[in-house]
Write a protein that binds this ligand. Structure first.
Ligand code: CS2
Length: 482
């Protein structure tokens, strides 16, 4: 029997409130596993503690798969939390409904412009925004941005949807919703604000001024390791709930959300769910991006090419695990102190999370979209490593491992697809090339910051390691490096 009502599942798995008693206050763009395991789960706890009309309308932007899984279940899904000691589950009631905006953005725009909508949150991945990080505006060449600039009333992309929905609210005399970016980008609220205002300025300058003056874009740091759900996830959900759940998700027990408290129209009682509200989100964000995500990217490239399919396999391979610890320590050394945070303890906790035997997180999944991830995870750390006198070799190693990935070298691993929005450009730069030619092409690439491009000592180190990775088995290069 398909999961459609909480009455079908054991009492112990019920949400702590009656979902039907709460209206929608949040429209969420990007209905992936991460949203379900993170913001939806924490909003579920906030509804239990503080109530309110804070349920979520989930919107999938491109593929209708996620909305087709959730809508027939009335938004209900099983959250399976996994640790070394086993699994536990509960049914999440915070998602009220799910729709897909591809093809017809009207229902999404209608919901975003509705008076009851107080927050529009996003987990759409780095590449979906169409940000220009150098100008802190939008990138008019990004496919979704270009399409939406040509047709702003029927948008498909994130910037177009936000701008058109805000235009409709302004025209209707409604206060703007708060825009809550939950993607792994540095100062994500500030970046998204710049891109939306720039996009709006190209469409309607008066609207851009209103957005700049009135819309809140709090920055956030989000964290929960959540692999893509598999058939095994769904089978486990069925065993735990006694129902057929096509939208179940599995995740680790750890969860962290650090948020700038700037919600002019209010927000759920997220503090009751352990959410940290602070003015200094960028410091937490840099810590998480450089340590967790930076180590993740390094181990994903090195691990995938060394024949280690899962993060936990990497942690069981002593030489690469040693490089993970090395990377965490080096990344920590590039960061300023954060009051109340012990970076060595944070690094140890991250390593334990990577070792989680219950989580099957694929190195190939993390290897996706490197050109969008490397700047904030690895390259930004190099600049601070220079000013702080930190050894840059761990970051050069991570960069070389990524460069090997874009070179498509398969002398010691299975053939793979390069999944990156710049795949074509990257392959032209690197496929079948020697290390020196790849490094020269990378230094000239638009996503490499100018200061880093000029750091010859860094690139010479990258080139040396990459030359080894292109000719020897990755596993041997790792063993020598460790
Ligand atoms: C990972 C992240 O896929 C990736 O790039 O590094 O999704 C990571 O698991 C999350 O940021 C953890 O919070």
């Amino acid at each position: 029997m398909r999961l459609t009502s909480i009455a079908q599942v054991p009492d112990a798995l019920h949400p702590g409130y009656d979902p039907a008693g709460h209206g929608v206050g949040i429209v969420h763009l990007g209905l992936g596993a991460f949203h379900k395991a993170h913001q939806a789960a924490l909003t579920d706890l906030a509804l239990t503690a503080g109530g309110g009309d804070w349920r979520i309308l989930g919107v999938s932007l491109r593929s209708p798969k996620a909305s087709q899984e959730l809508a027939p279940q009335n938004g209900l899904f099983t959250l399976i939390e996994k640790g070394a000691e086993g699994s536990s589950a509960r049914v999440i009631g915070s998602i009220a409904d799910a729709i897909c905006s591809a093809g017809d953005p009207e229902p999404t725009l209608h919901a975003m412009a509705a008076e009851g909508t107080k927050i529009v949150s996003l987990t759409v991945t780095e590449k979906a925004y169409g940000l220009n990080r150098a100008t802190l505006g939008c990138d008019p060449k990004h496919p979704a941005v270009a399409a939406d600039l040509a047709n702003p009333q029927a948008p498909q992309g994130v910037l177009g949807l936000l701008t058109e929905a805000l235009r409709r609210r302004h025209a209707a005399g409604l206060a703007p919703f708060t825009v809550l970016c939950c993607d792994n980008l540095p100062e994500n609220g500030t970046l998204l604000r710049g891109a939306v205002v720039d996009f709006a300025r190209k469409v309607d300058p008066a609207l851009a001024d209103w957005i700049a003056a009135t819309v809140a874009f709090p920055s956030t740091m989000v964290d929960r390791i959540t692999p893509a759900a598999t058939d095994a996830t769904l089978a486990e959900a069925q065993a735990l709930t006694g129902t057929e759940d096509h939208a179940a998700v599995e995740t680790e027990r750890f969860v962290q959300w650090v948020v700038e408290d700037n919600f002019p129209l209010g927000r759920p009682a997220w503090e009751a769910a352990g959410v940290i509200f602070t003015k200094d989100v960028p410091a937490f964000e840099a810590m998480k991006l450089r340590m967790l995500n930076g180590a993740h990217s390094m181990l994903a490239y090195a691990g995938f090419h060394a024949g280690l399919p899962l993060v936990r396999d990497v942690m069981a391979h002593a030489p690469l695990a040693a490089l993970v610890h090395r990377h965490l320590a080096a990344a920590a050394a590039t960061l300023p102190a954060i009051p109340g945070i012990d970076l060595a303890a944070y690094a140890a906790a991250l390593a334990a999370r990577f070792e989680n035997p219950g989580i099957a997180h694929e190195t190939f999944q993390i290897a996706m979209d490197g050109s969008e991830k490397m700047p904030q995870r690895i390259f930004a750390a190099v600049e601070d490593a220079r000013t702080r006198g930190v050894d840059i070799r761990p970051f050069a190693f991570a960069t070389a491992a990524w460069a090997r990935h874009i070179s498509m070298a398969t002398h010691d691993c299975t053939p793979y697809e390069l999944r990156d929005p710049r795949a074509k450009e990257l392959r032209t730069m690197a496929e079948g090339k020697e290390a020196d030619a790849i490094v020269t092409a990378l230094r000239a690439a638009s996503f490499i910051p100018a200061a880093l491009s000029a750091d010859m000592a860094f690139w010479t180190t990258v080139e040396g390691i990459l030359a080894e990775m292109l000719f020897e088995p990755m596993i041997d290069v790792i063993a020598r490096e460790a």
